[in-house]
Design a protein around this ligand. Structure first.
Ligand code: HEM
Ligand code: NAG
Ligand code: NAG
Length: 330
């Protein structure tokens, strides 16, 4: 009689111990690093005092981390020839910034609770704190990720591109279990931060070899952008109304044909797409957007690495631990 229960218990325990990040939970550091949320909040708010884009940089890092082999801090690893083929060298990560801010958060966290908190969790928490400090919603962040001892530049090269059609973007999200609602919701992070001109000047003339501008880009806005784009590397705000605030203006911009990237505007302007109605819903209700944003961020944050990849709590977010440091190596 007792055996089936015992077998079940053993199976559950095996599952929990056998995998490096079996089940994330918000209380993971409650006893080992109770001050963690405050430490992160403190450093991110300091960073925002000198860098308007600090919050945008941090959430984008979490996105690029999670989309490549799960949220495992792999995006932060620097190149080590023959050992680590850094994801930072993949074209989609070419403009990524904020590693210096992550270093500062990590330093503060290490001094509060040495060797306990993973860099992947620091990214997840920083993303949430960044949104809150920019006027957006709070959500409860599941924790307990480990840091990978591997990077995958090939996979990073396949991150979503601003030049892809909606079908391709949807397929890339769907491959990770993220649906149209998640795509529209998470793209809402383009309510703050900047994009370099090189990602959208192709919309101004001869768009997609049509000989004409992108018809889904408002003509007056197009000329404003053309003026702003003095060099391909010039950075322009995603949201011209409230550039550094986390709000629903992104969706209102899309309705007004003022999406900055082709991939933004497609969510609203692709004929017959299921994403148009979702844009309209969020443009009409900041509350619905905020609630769904937390849900979709948790879903993205739950993406986990394939089993069997060696992991640890990295001491320096940019490097795997030296062999002598045995923090949680499996
Ligand atoms: C749908 C697919 C997506 C595409 C094609 C895309 C593309 C881009 C591009 C091209 C940039 C400008 C990069 C540069 O100038 O170097 C950018 C910036 C940014 N992205 Fe995305 N993105 C996508 C989804 C997301 C998601 C899911 C998030 C977060 C949840 C996000 C957050 C950001 C933020 C905050 C910035 C501004 C960063 C800064 O100011 O440094 N993006 N994105
Ligand atoms: C890296 O990612 C690619 C594409 O997702 C995959 O095919 C390959 O197996 C991965 N390589 C490693 C070493 O994990
Ligand atoms: C660009 O052109 C290609 C080929 O004609 C087409 O399949 C694609 O949908 C076009 N993209 C956009 C955004 O119009």
């Amino acid at each position: 009689m007792g055996y089936p229960k015992l077998t079940a218990l053993v199976a559950v325990l095996t599952l929990m111990l056998g995998s490096s990040q079996a089940q994330l939970n918000p209380f993971f550091y409650t006893f080992t690093c109770p001050q963690l949320p405050f430490v992160v909040l403190n450093v991110v708010s300091q960073a925002l005092q000198t860098d308007d884009r600090a919050a945008a940089k941090l959430i984008r890092l979490h996105f690029h981390d999670c989309f490549v082999n799960g949220c495992d801090g792999s995006v932060l690893l620097e190149d080590v020839p023959g050992v680590i083929d850094s994801e930072l060298n993949a074209p989609p990560n070419n403009g990524i910034q904020g590693l210096d801010i992550v270093d500062n958060i990590k330093a503060a966290v290490e001094s509060a609770c040495p060797g306990v908190v993973s860099c992947a969790d620091i990214l997840a928490l920083s993303a949430q704190v960044s949104v809150v400090l920019s006027g957006g919603p709070a959500w409860v962040v599941p924790l307990g990720r480990k840091d990978s001892r591997r990077a995958n530049r090939t996979a990073a090269a396949n991150l979503p591109s601003p030049f892809e059609t909606l079908d391709v973007l949807k397929a890339k999200f769907a491959a990770l279990g993220l649906g149209s609602t998640d795509l529209v919701t998470l793209s809402g992070a383009h309510t703050f931060g900047r994009s370099r001109c090189l990602f959208f000047t192709g919309r101004f003339d001869n768009f997609n070899n049509t000989g004409l501008p992108d018809p889904t880009l408002d003509a007056a806005y197009r000329e404003q952008l053309r003026q702003a784009c003095t060099t391909p590397g010039t950075r322009v705000s995603f949201d011209p109304i409230t550039p550094d605030t986390f709000d629903k203006n992104y969706y209102i911009n899309l309705q007004n044909h003022k999406g900055l990237l082709q991939s933004d505007q497609e969510l609203f302007s692709t004929p017959g797409a299921d994403t148009t109605a979702i844009v309209n819903t969020f443009a009409a209700s900041q509350l619905l957007f905020f609630i769904q944003f937390g849900n979709s961020m948790i879903k993205m944050g739950n993406l986990s690495p394939p089993p069997g990849i060696p992991s640890e709590v990295r001491l320096n977010c940019r490097k795997v631990n030296p062999p002598t440091v045995l923090h949680d190596v499996i």
